[in-house]
Design a protein around this ligand. Structure first.
Ligand SMILES: C[S@@+](CC[C@H](N)C(=O)[O-])C[C@H]1O[C@@H](n2cnc3c(N)ncnc32)[C@H](O)[C@@H]1O
Length: 267
């Protein structure tokens, strides 16, 4: 309830001119061209399950289903907006692929999402960030206008938004992140092969060891895909839960296991 009040108050600020009196929670719609740009930026397709957090009149989820063949869920705390969304989805012929729930976005299970969209507020994005970082590696997140603090987006673009109802500058900034796998820690192979990783969001620094030789590497995670570069070594790998598969170079192809302690077992 406290979160809802905070969000309500904060949303009301830029909306003073447009909020209708008596509206319990004011909302701002993402203009249609910006909705399309958000879904394109996320690379939404028929395999995707899109969850829009604070779905307003349902336009993002409905467009994801109608234009991109995705499935989608909108969570929205204002009952009237949920009803409007359901009826708009039926009119658009996508009721079978969309669902709208009257629900607090902070209490929503996001586990099924392959794409999360949001048009909220900077502080709300930050509150959501820990939960978003726990999502399946590779889940794409697109936020309209607001970023997520020191978790730098993988891509940001600015689009013209002549129909935007707030702000003097009729432009929208769109940010995209891909949830990185959890690679932090020590990964062990046999015969003195190990990879020690220190991770900050999608950024990675690593020490690669084979027998008596060591290489300092750095790189990034794109979802589960890990690329590491050093002065004279390059590794391409994939994090799969408790296993890390090094695929290239072929001579280094090996599967490592996440260490349970501070050191790899001898041998
Ligand atoms: C800025 S609007 C965005 C609407 C829609 N996503 C769009 O982009 O057109 C934010 C929406 O979040 C809803 N909202 C605010 N707090 C919420 C909460 N705690 N849980 C679910 N929805 C919430 C508001 O009612 C509002 O409709």
């Amino acid at each position: 309830m406290l979160r809802r009040l905070i969000l309500t108050a904060a949303l009301a600020l830029p909306l003073c001119a447009t909020a209708q009196s008596g509206e319990e929670v004011p909302f701002i719609t993402t203009p249609d061209n910006v909705t399309l740009a958000m879904l394109q930026l996320a690379g939404v397709g028929p395999q995707d399950h899109v969850i829009d957090l604070g779905s307003g009149d349902g336009r993002i989820v409905i467009t994801a289903a109608r234009r991109f063949g995705a499935r989608g869920l909108g969570v929205e705390i204002v009952p009237d907006l949920v009803a409007r969304s359901r009826s708009a989805a039926a009119k658009a012929g996508v009721a079978d692929r969309t669902e709208f729930r009257e629900q607090d976005l902070f209490k929503t299970d996001l586990g099924a999402a392959t794409v999360i969209t949001m048009y909220l507020l900077p502080e709300v994005n930050l509150q959501l960030r820990p939960a978003l970082l726990q999502l399946k590696p590779g889940t794409r997140i697109v936020s309209h206008d607001w970023d997520m603090g020191d978790w730098a987006p993988d891509e940001t673009l600015t689009v013209d938004a002549p129909d935007k109802t707030i702000g003097l500058e009729k432009k929208s900034r769109l940010h995209r992140w891909m949830v990185p796998a959890r690679a932090e820690g020590l990964w062990c192979g046999t015969a003195g092969t190990q990879l020690r990783i220190s991770q900050r969001y999608q950024g990675v620094q690593a020490l690669w060891q084979r027998g008596n030789r060591q290489w300092a590497l750095q790189g990034r995670l794109d979802g589960a895909a890990l690329r590491l570069l050093g002065a004279d070594a390059t590794l391409q790998a994939r994090v799969d839960g408790e296993r890390l598969h090094i695929a290239a170079p072929a001579a280094d192809a090996v599967t490592l296991a996440r260490a349970s302690g501070e050191r790899c077992p001898a041998g």
